[in-house]
Design a protein around this ligand. Structure first.
Ligand code: CP
Length: 323
């Protein structure tokens, strides 16, 4: 039997883990079922995970902290203002030092280029915990949530994205294309996803058979879809564009009317936090077809599967291999 390919050093883009997604989803589902039975196994005893977060976080930070704790390790939260990084120490120097203490770093950055720079200089895995280009860990949890509802089968299902062509959509395009899920993204023309990401998704879709499509019409995307997904109109760091964005996204709301055009059993995803009354109504987010709360829970199980995937090959006999 062919051996599974070794994991990449870092998870900066969903593309880095595309071939491993089915195995990651199976492992996350196993870990979820076990935790619900009260079973948590310390598969990474003593692992130290650094969390460098340039922006606030509820889900990503907490799920990583609980995940590494469940796996037998320890998390250290570091805001850049508490690090010398905030006083001008370079990313390269920070990376070289932290590599001597930690076993992995989850990094939430304003700029994708800084993720790449940190990964370039570390000897330990760097995990993208959201930046301006992608949010890959979110999308592993999203795929887990869809997989649960579709009994593990993505082929023949269609997901509609309604709203901003942002970092979450970028990772989702790559994730959907990797697993064979059809995705239609409805965004205003000015806020379409980056062409290079769409091209990369289309390239992945050639192997999986997924259809990756785009439109500016939310109803066209939602009609007959098996799931609808949206995100805030104004992401962290875009506050200066608030008025222009709120004007541009009028009509890109998941509400009862739009949901009625989707498949009868369609459900709704939102990565949260939500701006209720903007991209989604209370009625939908709190309603019986909302998968957002399962999706948020699944961040925890997905993070554990990701940490094991990246760290276990470097972790033998309960000890880190020498660097
Ligand atoms: N979805 C998400 O990344 O949430 P946080 O910003 O709370 O981490």
């Amino acid at each position: 039997m062919p051996r599974a390919a070794p994991p990449p050093k870092d998870l900066l883009s969903l593309r880095d883990i595309a071939p491993a997604i089915p195995a990651l989803l199976r492992r996350a589902a196993q870990l979820k079922a076990a935790r619900r039975r009260g079973i948590v196994r310390a598969t990474l005893p003593g692992a130290n995970l650094g969390l460098i977060f340039e922006k606030p976080s509820t889900r990503t930070r907490t799920s990583f902290e609980v995940a590494i704790h469940d796996l037998g390790g320890h998390a250290i939260y570091m805001s850049p203002k508490d690090l010398q990084l905030g006083r001008g120490e370079t990313i390269a120097d920070t990376a070289r030092v932290l590599s001597r203490y930690l076993d992995a770093i989850a990094y939430r950055a304003f700029r994708h280029a800084d993720e790449v720079e940190l990964a370039r200089w570390t000897t330990i895995p760097v995990i993208n915990a959201l930046d301006d280009l992608e949010h890959p860990c979110q999308v592993v949890a999203d795929l887990l949530t869809m997989s649960e509802r579709w009994r593990g089968r993505f082929r023949g299902r269609r997901l509609a994205w309604i709203g901003d062509g942002d970092n979450v959509l970028h990772s989702l395009l790559l994730g959907a294309a990797a697993v064979g899920l059809d995705l239609t993204a409805a965004t205003p023309a000015k806020y379409a996803p980056r062409p290079e990401i769409v091209l990369a998704a289309q390239e992945l879709a050639r192997s999986s058979g997924a259809t990756i499509a785009s439109t500016t019409d939310p109803t066209e995307a939602a009609r007959g879809a098996d799931a609808l997904y949206t995100d805030v109109w104004v992401s962290m760091g875009e506050e200066a564009e608030q008025a222009a964005r709120e004007a541009a996204f009028q009509g890109y709301q998941i509400n009862a009317g739009l949901l009625a055009t989707a498949a009868k059993d369609a459900f709704v995803l939102h990565d949260l936090p939500a701006r209720r009354g903007q991209e989604i109504t209370d009625e939908v987010l709190d309603g019986p077809r909302s998968a957002a709360w399962d999706e948020a829970e699944n961040r925890l199980h997905a993070q554990k599967a990701i940490l094991e995937y990246l760290l276990l090959p470097r972790w033998r006999g309960g000890r880190r291999r020498s660097r």
